[in-house]
Design a protein around this ligand. Structure first.
Ligand SMILES: [Zn+2]
Length: 504
């Protein structure tokens, strides 16, 4: 790989040179949505980040296999605690859906029985995919192959749990039916989050007694399988009827699906991402389970986490009335007027992933201005070049500046700064300028989602060239097929792609 990339690794607390195990292949796993409700803009900040990371890696020549899970198993509302607890999210969702249907705030005929968790999960999975497509997430077009649902991987989770029991990393509670991971069996526990066992035991305080009553050997031991024959989603298992813990889902799906996509059994992946609230206990537990079962010393080489999203400087919460789903924002509930999905995408990606993001009406306005400017440049140059299309010069100075900025721990503001400074300058070669802008938009993804799909062949040829320039050959092939299906003969030469309507 010609470009040296440096990313901050949560695991080692430092910026490291990116070195995938088998370049140009990159195996990446992103913790995805839970589908009991519409996704909010904080969730989507992490998803858009993962998409930008993927697109950038592809732009510099990597072949990214991206997997993002869908959590459709009912879990407890207190999953952020290592041992769960609280109310079951599926039960809570059923209540909420019933209430929303009664109030008329949710009108759908896709859920005729809110007590059926599969129906509820399916509805919100579709809603998520719709949001994800609007916001230009490439992974949404790879559903379901790259977006496994937890309910489809129960057997793999059970195999993983059995292996952990065999290896002495897990045990069944004395009362039976419930299986815990033994954190004391895994000396590396706490390395990612800094929550080492001595700290956890010290901090557990009065809760220790309760947990021992539940049959745990150590207060930080976490749930792998929960005995519960009354749960809304339950499965047979070697330990009795129940359901899997939340953390085991990601350990099972990441290695299973990425192994399949890699065409070989993998025990270590290149990148794992999530929101900072996933670091503990979720990702700490994933490492313990994955390494514990495979015996590998490393589960994911690079851990990247996005910081929180604030709304007008405040933590987003339903009680404060500043809680926004993606739909709320697009429909205008946050700002009083509808928002273009490309503008929301731009707003979510333009601040550095390791800083808290402050979502504001003013910020959204600025993003709308920025997207409008990029569209203006595109339109102007398109008119000037009049259908002529060229391959982007890989040495293009703006492209080089943009790449350099993003190579530095994904400094998006540096990249965007380089883009706008260049765009405002002189452009003696509009065809080349257009190609460079399209190449950068291969990462930003705001121009493509901005314009409605067109059957105009010249426009499709330009998109095809931009995709090739961004080394997005899958997209280029898709556009080529689209043109061919529409009856065009497609030719790509050094000067670019042209399409000629075939005579019947
Ligand atoms: Zn996860």
């Amino acid at each position: 790989m010609p470009t040296e990339l440096n990313f901050y690794n949560t695991l080692t607390h430092r910026v490291e040179t990116f070195a995938p195990i088998e370049p140009p292949r990159v195996l990446m796993y992103n913790c995805g949505p839970t589908v009991y409700d519409f996704a909010h803009i904080g969730n989507f900040r992490a998803f858009v980040f993962a998409d930008v990371l993927r697109r950038f890696l592809e732009m510099v020549g990597y072949d990214v296999k991206q997997v993002m899970n869908i959590t459709d198993v009912g879990h407890m509302t207190d999953d952020q605690l290592a041992d769960g607890g609280g109310e079951d999210k599926m039960v809570a969702a059923a209540k909420r859906v019933k209430e929303a249907k009664k109030q008329g705030t949710l009108t759908t005929d896709q859920i005729d029985n809110p007590d059926d968790p599969y129906q509820v999960a399916k509805f919100y999975t579709n809603a998520f995919l719709e949001d994800a497509r609007k916001l230009g997430l490439k992974i949404a077009d790879e559903y379901p192959e790259h977006m496994p649902r937890a309910t489809g991987f129960i057997a793999q989770m059970q195999r993983l749990i059995s292996r952990l029991i065999d290896k002495g990393h897990a045990y069944e509670s004395p009362a039976g039916g419930t299986v815990y991971f033994s954190v004391e069996s895994f000396p590396e526990y706490g390395r990612l989050s800094g929550n080492t066992l001595d700290k956890l035991r010290g901090g557990a305080g009065g809760r220790v007694l309760d947990e021992h009553q539940a049959g745990k050997r150590h207060p930080a031991d976490f749930l792998l399988w929960k005995a519960d024959s009354s749960h809304v989603m339950k499965w047979e298992s070697p330990w009795g009827v129940g359901y899997p813990g939340w953390h085991i889902e990601c350990s099972a799906m990441s290695l299973a699906v990425l192994s399949k996509l890699a065409g070989q059994e993998v025990t270590t992946i290149d990148i794992h991402t999530g929101g900072e609230d996933n670091i503990f206990p979720h990702h700490e537990c994933e490492i313990a389970q994955s390494c514990g079962s495979t015996g590998s010393s490393s589960f994911a080489r690079l851990w990247m986490h996005t910081r929180f999203l604030l709304v007008e400087g405040q933590k987003m919460s339903k009680s404060k009335g500043n809680f926004y789903t993606v739909r709320d924002v697009l429909e205008g509930k946050a700002t009083g007027r509808p928002v273009d999905p490309a503008v929301l995408r731009y707003e979510l990606l333009r601040s550095h992933y390791r800083s808290n993001m402050n979502f504001t009406a003013k910020g959204l306005e600025d993003s709308a201005g920025a997207v409008a400017k990029l569209r203006d440049y595109t339109q102007r140059w398109e008119q000037e070049v009049n259908g002529q299309s060229v391959e982007v010069d890989p040495q293009h100075p703006m492209l080089a500046d943009f790449t350099r900025a993003l190579s530095d721990d994904l400094s998006i503001s540096g990249g965007i700064g380089a883009l706008f400074t260049w765009a405002a300058g002189k452009h003696p070669d509009p065809a080349q300028s257009l190609a460079a802008l399209r190449a950068v938009d291969g990462v930003l993804g705001v121009l493509g989602s901005a314009s409605a799909p067109t059957d105009d062949s010249a426009e499709l040829c330009r998109q095809l060239d931009a995709a090739r320039a961004a080394k997005d050959f899958a997209k280029a092939d898709a556009i080529r097929r689209q043109l061919q299906d529409a009856g065009y003969e497609v030719m790509t030469t050094k000067a670019g792609t042209t399409a000629k309507k075939k005579l019947a």
